[in-house]
Write a protein that binds this ligand. Structure first.
Ligand code: AMP
Length: 282
C-alpha cells in the first residue's frame, strides 16, 4: 500500500492508474479505523480497481469547543487495517498540506438542510465536511466515493453537494456496522469508560425500539420519537441532544412514518456525543 502525504503524490499515482484504464474508489475517514470503516473499504474494493482511503482529522469541521485536539489517532493501526482490506493508497496529509494559511474558500449548502439535526448544535460542521470532501474529490478524482449510513445527515449532504456541484462521482452509502451488543461502531466509543460503555447501549436499544414500532405498523413519527426519547431518558448517564424524524433526502422534519424517512439521534453519554439512526424501509 502506498502511503501518500502530499496532494502531488496522490495525483501522480491516480494518473498512472488512469493511464492503465483502472477505476478508482475513495473512502474518506478521520482515522482511528474500525470495522465500520473497513466495511466501506471492502465495498469500495468490490466495486473499483483501486481504492484510496484518506486519513485526515479535518479541523474545519470541528467547532471551537469540540474534540479536535483529543480526537483519537493511531496511524500505524490504520495502515494495517487498510492494507489488510485491499486499499491501494492511503492519503494522510498534514493540515498545512490541505489548507493554505490564507485559504478562504468554503463549500457550503445554503438551504436549511445542514441546519437540521446535528447542524443545530454544530453550526459550522457541514461546511467543513463539504469543503474537505470537495477538496478530496478534486485531489483523487474518484469514480465512486463511499460513506457510512451511520452519519446519515453527512451522506445526504454529500449527495446534495455532488448534485448541485455536478461532480461526476457516484456516492455509495454503506450500512451501519455495530458491535455484537448493538452499539454502532465509532472512533469516539474509545472515550467511554466501562460504565458509560454500558449506558451507551441506550442509543441502539432506542433505534431497535423505533424500528420495531415501525415494523408493527406505527405511522405516527411523533409517537415513535416520543417512545425513543422516553427510553433514553430512563438512562441516568444519557443526555439527549436530539431525537428526530426527518425526510431522508431533505432532512426536514416529518410527522409521518413513510418509506425513506430517517429517524436519527445524537445523545451525550457523559461528555461523549454519540449518534445513531435508522431509515424506514417499507
Ligand atoms: P469518520 O472517520 O468517523 O469520519 O468516518 C468515516 C466514514 O466511515 C464515514 O463515511 C462514516 O459514516 C463511516 N463510518 C463510521 N462508523 C461507521 C459504522 N459504524 N458503520 C458504517 N460506516 C461507518
Amino acid at each position: 500500500m502506498i502511503i501518500a502525504r502530499t496532494i502531488a503524490e496522490v495525483r501522480k499515482t491516480v494518473a498512472e492508474w488512469r493511464k492503465e484504464g483502472l477505476s478508482v474508489g475513495l473512502v474518506p475517514t478521520m482515522g482511528y479505523l474500525h470495522e465500520g470503516h473497513a466495511s466501506l473499504v471492502d465495498k469500495a474494493v468490490s466495486q473499483c480497481d483501486r481504492v484510496v482511503a484518506s486519513v485526515f482529522v479535518n479541523p474545519t469541521q470541528f467547532g471551537p469547543n469540540e474534540d479536535l485536539a483529543t480526537y483519537p489517532r493511531d496511524f500505524d493501526h490504520d495502515c494495517k487495517l487498510l492494507e489488510e482490506h485491499g486499499c491501494a493508497m492511503v492519503f494522510h496529509p498534514e493540515v498545512s498540506e490541505m489548507y493554505d494559511e490564507n485559504a478562504a474558500t468554503y463549500v457550503e449548502i445554503l438551504s436549511d438542510m445542514p441546519k437540521q439535526l446535528c447542524g443545530k448544535t454544530r453550526p459550522i460542521h457541514f461546511r467543513g465536511v463539504c469543503t474537505v470532501v470537495s477538496k478530496l474529490f478534486n485531489i483523487v478524482l474518484p469514480d465512486k466515493a463511499f460513506f457510512g449510513q451511520k452519519d446519515a445527515q453527512q451522506l445526504a449532504i454529500i449527495r446534495k453537494m455532488v448534485k448541485d456541484m455536478s461532480y461526476g462521482i457516484e456516492i455509495v452509502g454503506c450500512p451501519i456496522v455495530r458491535e455484537a451488543d448493538g452499539l454502532a461502531k465509532s472512533s469516539r466509543n474509545t472515550y467511554l469508560n466501562a460504565e458509560e460503555r454500558k449506558a451507551a447501549l441506550v442509543l441502539s436499544k432506542s433505534v431497535f425500539l423505533g424500528q420495531k414500532m415501525v415494523k408493527d405498523g406505527e405511522k405516527d413519527a411523533d409517537k415513535v420519537v416520543a417512545a425513543m426519547v422516553k427510553n433514553i431518558e430512563a438512562e441516568p448517564l444519557a443526555r439527549i441532544d436530539y431525537v428526530s424524524a426527518v425526510d431522508g433526502v431533505t432532512m426536514m422534519p416529518t410527522h409521518e412514518i413513510a418509506d425513506g424517512v430517517l429517524v436519527a439521534m445524537a445523545v451525550y453519554i457523559g461528555k461523549t456525543r454519540l449518534i445513531d439512526n435508522f431509515i424506514v424501509e417499507e
